[in-house]
Structures are given as structure tokens and as C-alpha cells.
Design a binder for this molecule. Structure first.
Ligand code: NAD
Length: 479
């Protein structure tokens, strides 16, 4: 039986490395049939601003397995990232990036590293919800959900269990982002307790990244939020030998996408020098996902033998270590020539055939807690100083809500601000009910009416809520 999958050749080096990968799959008799879709720059230029034609979604939803070459995403403006859209639209919540050293054949300072980054793939700053709120200030929303976090953390532990991994390390910045990263860490601790056989720990992301770069061999599975996972996986891939060598799987409840971890590398596109190994490793993960363990093992063993034989693409070629510098297609041919052979130093791949293990990541939606409104933060665009806005808002008369304090970029500037604090035109003005009682939507609306009549340019509000009596908002400094 042949498996029908969707394939996209992408931008930059995408078409070259996809050609090389498909050649190897064909030579290994992988039982696959392909639907080819166009994505990326060509599609943007045809006027489809999402970078994908509507019909291509049908192919992805029907085949459910997608092998994708990298695509170019405009920086600092232009179209939204299609990679992000695809991951979210298809519910591909888990981005699994195994990274290991291939020493002594590929040069690295960390010959013993062998770890897996499990990156949350749908949330965090990648919601791409951004607004310019005042002439001086822009905002990105960072969204972290309970079910999203539960799914990825459970996936990391299930992955560790299924793959004989011993430890899962969580990385967050919950000393600063106490609510968003704090939620991730809290759920990690809860779920870790369900897996007593697997060691667990937590590192703050800054020292965690430093330790990963310094002694990656001390890590096993790392689970983290979307943005941190994006960054640390490039770091560990590069220090393992090359960002061009590692593959990644994007796994959802129904669909899965396989790719290289690197991008479209426009600096080397069209030169036949890119390493196709990243995409090939993504394809090997895909074969295992399809239950085609024998073919996956055959290709991985031939690839490892090629590395051992010193046949290397330019970015890993080292005089004295490598034997022959080859281009993208020649590297693919070298792998094809070694199909059926096994590596002599690296562990021989021997994956099972049959239905792959489906990891249990089902989450129970918790009962909705009791929610009470106790105040509102009104964000105001104001070109002036802290005492002028503070005294002005104090003078605003409202029966229930009174100004408690004002912060600028998170630092309290009224009352009792310090003259040294630099202020922008973006002011967070906290109104609460001084007698501590619950308030309602009507109170917030009437406050906004009063502010509007007094000529204040408010740009957004954030309600201050208690959930089952617990504070659901951060305190301002000194509050
Ligand atoms: P990149 O990963 O494309 O390249 C970084 C560096 O690594 C470059 O010097 C490049 O030449 C080198 N490199 C990457 N892959 C290689 C390979 N297979 N063989 C040899 N060398 C390789 O990152 P970038 O330059 O920051 O991004 C380029 C574009 O790719 C951007 O538009 C970015 O948005 C996009 N991108 C796409 C994906 C994806 O499709 N999944 C992922 C990351 C970046």
C-alpha cells in the first residue's frame, strides 16, 4: 500500500534539498505517492497573501501528512508567516527537534550531545496580534493557554517515556512573566508529578540557554514555549555541527508536518551547496510516523555511513576530517549509493514497522472558575508628564472607580514617581473600587464615558479579575 502525502518545494534552497530528499526516498523504495502544492513567495506574488492557494488546504487536510521545504518570510513587514499559519490551522501543537552530535566525523565542541527540544508550536508571541497603540509604543500579545500548555508538556513526557529518555527540563522566564510563563511552569510541575520514573527540573531560560550552549550533553528532553524553543533549537543544532543537519516534526491530533529546522537560506540558494540532511531527517521522522520503520532505518543508516565516509557538504567540510566536499545532489547520490549499508561507529538505526505509537495528549478542560471584576487598567495616549496625567485623572469624578496608580512601561510613575524615570506617551492607569467590592461592566463603561467627556485618549482597557478569589493580573511595582 502506498501512502499519499503532500509535498511543497518551498523557496530559496527549498527546491534543491527537496529534489535531493525525494530522490533518496525513491531510491529506497519508500511506498509514497505525492500531491505537490505551491507555497511561499511565488504564491504571495500571485496575490494570495497567505502564501498558499485555497485548494492546497484540501490536499493537506485529506493526506494529513506533509513534507515541507523551507519558505521565505518577509522580515519586519509584508505577509504573515505561512509556517506559523500552517502549524496553527492544522493544530500542529508540538514541534519536536532531535539534535545530536555526529562526532568524530562532523566537527563539534560537544561530541556527546544528544537531546530533543520539544517546542510549543501554536501560542506565545506567535499569535501575531500586534498593534501600534500610541505614536511611540507598539504591542505584541503573548498568549499562553492552559490546554495548550497541558498538551505540549504531556507530549514531552510521553515522548520521553516512549523513546527511553530519562529527564525532561522545562525552560521559562517566570521570574518576570509570572502569569504567562508562570502558568507554563506550574502546569509542568503538575504533569511531571504524574511521571515519577522520569526526572524533571526547571531552568530560567537565560541561564538554561547558556547551559545548553556550554554543556548540552547534560540535557535530555527540553520542553519550552514557542519563542524560546525557536531560538534554542537553532543554537543547539548549530553547536552540534550545523543548522543544516537537523529535522523537525510538527505533530497534531490529526495532521503532521515534517521539515528541516533551518530556513530557506537565500544566501546559498541555487548554488547546489546546501546540505539536504535537515529535510532528509525530517523525512525519516515522517517515515516513522507512517509506520515505515524499515525504510526509515535503511535511509538513516545509509546517511550515517555517508557521514562516516567523510562525504560532506561545504558547511561541515573540514580539512583533515572530511574526505570529499560535495554539492547537494552529489551528497544525495552518495546516500543512495550506500542504501543497504550500515554505519560502523554510529548506532545502527532499527526502527519498528507498523502503526507508530500514538502519544496520549488529551487534556481535560477544567471547570470554569468563578470570575469577579475588581477594577480596570485604562491605557491612555498622552503627550505630557506623569504628574499632569495623574492629577488630571484624579480629578475625574466616578461613583465607584478611582485612580489608584499610573505606570509607564510597567514602572510606577504616579503617585510618588521619581523624576529620573523615562516616560513614553503610553500610560497604564489603574482604577479600582477603594472599598474593594466587585464591579461590573456598567461601571467600566461609565468610567470610559467620563474619561471620553473629559477628553482623555484611551486606547485600550484590561479588566482586573479574580478567578476563584485568586488575582488574575500582575501587581504594579510597589503596589
Ligand atoms: P536560515 O536557516 O535560512 O539560514 C541561516 C544560516 O544557515 C545561513 O548562513 C544559511 O546559509 C545556513 N544554512 C541554513 N540551512 C542550510 C543548509 N541546509 N545547508 C547549509 N547551510 C545552511 O535562516 P535565515 O537566513 O535567518 O532565514 C532565511 C529565511 O528563511 C527567512 O525568510 C526566514 O523567515 C525563513 N525561515 C523559514 C523556516 C521554515 O520554513 N520552516 C524556518 C526558519 C526560517
Amino acid at each position: 500500500m502506498k501512502h499519499r502525502i503532500t509535498v511543497a518545494h518551498g523557496d530559496g534552497i527549498g527546491p534543491e534539498i527537496m529534489e535531493a530528499t525525494l530522490k533518496i526516498l525513491e531510491a529506497a523504495n519508500a511506498p509514497l505517492e505525492y500531491d505537490t502544492i505551491e507555497i511561499g513567495e511565488k504564491v504571495y506574488l500571485k496575490g494570495h497573501t497567505s502564501g498558499i492557494e485555497p485548494a492546497a488546504w484540501d490536499s493537506l487536510r485529506t493526506n494529513k501528512v506533509y513534507l515541507k521545504a523551507p519558505i521565505t518570510t518577509p522580515q519586519g513587514g509584508g505577509y504573515k508567516s505561512l509556517n506559523v499559519t500552517t502549524r496553527k490551522t492544522l493544530g500542529l501543537f508540538s514541534n519536536v527537534r532531535p539534535v545530536r552530535a555526529y562526532a568524530p566525523y562532523v566537527r563539534t565542541h560537544h561530541p556527546d550531545m544528544n537531546l530533543v527540544i520539544v517546542r510549543e508550536n501554536e501560542e506565545d508571541c506567535y499569535a501575531g496580534i500586534e498593534h501600534q497603540q500610541t505614536p511611540e509604543v507598539v504591542q505584541t500579545l503573548k498568549l499562553i493557554s492552559k490546554p495548550g500548555t497541558e498538551k505540549i508538556v504531556r507530549y514531552a513526557f510521553e515522548y520521553a517515556k516512549a523513546n527511553g529518555r530519562k529527564k525532561v527540563t522545562c525552560m521559562t522566564k517566570d521570574n518576570i512573566m509570572k502569569h504567562s510563563d508562570g502558568l507554563f511552569h506550574k502546569i509542568f510541575d503538575e504533569i511531571a508529578a504524574e511521571y515519577p520514573e522520569i526526572e524533571n527540573d526547571h531552568k530560567i531560560i537565560d541561564i538554561g540557554s547558556a547551559l545548553l550552549a556550554d554543556s548540552p550533553e547534560k540535557f535530555d528532553v527540553v520542553v519550552t514555549l514557542n519563542l524560546y524553543g525557536d531560538i534554542i533549537s537553532d543554537i543547539v543544532a548549530q553547536i552540534a555541527g550545523s543548522v543544516g543537519m537537523m529535522g523537525s516534526s510538527n505533530i497534531g491530533e490529526q495532521c503532521a508536518m515534517f521539515e528541516a529546522i533551518h530556513g530557506s537560506a537565500p544566501d546559498i540558494a541555487g548554488k547546489n551547496i546546501a546540505n539536504p540532511s535537515g529535510l532528509l531527517n525530517g523525512a525519516i521522522m515522517m517515515l516513522n510516523h507512517l509506520g515505515l520503520g524499515t525504510v526509515a532505518s535503511n535511509i538513516e543508516n545509509a546517511w550515517l555511513k555517508t557521514l562516516e565516509d567523510g562525504i560532506h557538504t561545504g558547511e561541515i567540510y573540514k580539512e583533515g576530517l572530511s574526505k570529499e566536499k560535495v554539492g547537494t545532489q552529489e551528497f544525495a547520490q552518495a546516500v543512495i549509493d550506500r542504501l543497504g549499508q550500515k554505519p560502523s561507529t554510529f548506532p545502527v538505526a532499527n526502527y519498528p514497522d507498523g502503526e507508530p505509537l500514538k502519544l496520549n495528549t488529551l487534556t481535560k478542560r477544567a471547570e470554569r472558575p468563578e470570575k469577579k471584576y475588581v477594577g480596570v487598567d485604562v491605557f491612555v495616549d498622552f503627550d505630557g508628564d506623569a504628574n499632569t496625567i495623574g492629577d488630571g485623572l484624579r480629578a475625574v469624578k466616578h461613583d465607584v472607580l478611582k485612580l489608584k496608580l499610573i505606570t509607564n512601561r510597567g514602572v510606577k510613575v504616579y503617585p510618588d514617581g521619581m523624576p529620573e524615570t523615562f516616560c513614553t506617551d503610553h500610560w497604564r492607569c489603574r482604577f479600582t473600587n477603594p472599598d474593594g467590592k466587585e464591579i461590573g461592566h456598567a461601571d467600566i463603561i461609565s468610567l470610559l464615558e467620563v474619561l471620553n467627556s473629559a477628553g482623555w485618549d484611551f486606547i485600550k482597557t484590561e479588566q482586573l479579575c479574580l478567578f476563584n478569589g485568586e488575582r488574575g493580573y500582575s501587581l504594579a511595582q510597589g503596589e
